[in-house]
Design a protein around this ligand. Structure first.
Ligand code: SAH
Ligand code: DHB
Ligand code: MG
Length: 253
């Protein structure tokens, strides 16, 4: 029954006998962000602690002027664990930046037969990432290809590579559906596809949005929902990166 059908005219039902004249301060956005950051710092320091290679990666990314849009430590650890759970040997990443998420993923791979290919538009970002991956001792199992990822994916597909066990989509969000479609061509039944940043500040709920990132992300989510070979979900998160989320899809037979 809706409240309008059952009005409560008796103010004595109010549990607060002395209501303040103005509403109690609700947690403001800044307050909530401080708390999310505090909890993320606690979880991260405990369960996804930085080491010299990760610290240097973020330091050199910042000093090289890269935007601080890498995944959070706890998210990097989640990617790492998902790659391990998946038993991944071959990982494809779309959107390298300075290689921070790349390091978490590549560290999940076996030294023998492990391979991570990461695609990056910017030569500058790729150069920073290459140095970071080399310092992390991962240059043997990682490869960076520069250029628009749609071009790199077409070229990659033409090489008929062995299927990737896990794909992490984290580049220009307008192309999320295109990246998902390429991922379907480059994976196998049982592969895992992860799409980062699917919340768009909540804008993802706006079916009429003209924001290309919202449109691309909604199109990717709708493909996960409708494609007979995909089964997935999306999870929103809060943390030191604010309010965000990721989608996860499994490739079916
Ligand atoms: N995965 C990284 C963050 C990636 S940020 C991490 O979590 O550490 C997104 C990256 O995608 C940026 O480096 C940006 O240059 C790159 N990018 C944007 N448009 C692209 C495109 N069309 N093709 C390939 N990379 C692109
Ligand atoms: C942006 C991109 C990302 O991959 C991310 O994790 C956060 C922000 C961006 O383009 O703003
Ligand atoms: Mg991202």
């Amino acid at each position: 029954m809706s409240p309008s059908h059952n009005p409560d005219p008796n103010p004595s039902h109010n549990p607060d006998p002395n209501p303040s004249p103005s509403p109690a301060p609700s947690p403001g956005a800044d307050h909530a962000q401080d708390r999310w950051t505090e909890v993320d710092d606690y979880f991260g320091d405990l369960l996804a602690p930085a080491d010299p290679a990760l610290t240097a990666t973020l330091r050199d990314s910042e000093s090289s002027g890269l935007p601080p849009i890498n995944v959070a430590p706890t998210q990097g650890k989640l990617l790492h664990l998902l790659a391990r759970i998946q038993g991944a040997h071959r990982v494809l990443e779309i959107g390298t930046l300075g290689g921070y998420s790349t390091i978490w993923l590549a560290r999940a791979l076996p030294a023998e037969g492990g391979h991570l290919l990461t695609l990056e538009y910017s030569e500058e970002h790729a150069a920073v990432a290459a140095a970071n991956l080399s310092r992390a001792g991962l240059d043997k199992i990682t490869e960076i290809r520069t250029g628009p990822a749609l071009d790199s994916l077409a070229a990659l597909h033409a090489e008929a590579p062995a299927p990737f066990d896990l794909v992490f989509i984290d580049a220009d969000k307008a192309n999320n559906r295109n990246y998902l479609e390429w991922s379907l061509k480059l994976t196998r039944p049982g592969s895992l596809i992860i799409v980062d940043n699917v919340v768009r500040g909540g804008g993802v709920v706006d079916a009429d949005s003209d924001d290309p990132a919202v449109r691309g992300t909604r199109a990717a989510l709708e493909l996960i929902a409708s494609h007979p070979k995909l089964d997935g979900t999306a999870v929103q998160t809060v943390g030191l990166k604010g309010h965000d989320g990721f989608a996860l899809a499994r490739v079916l037979d």
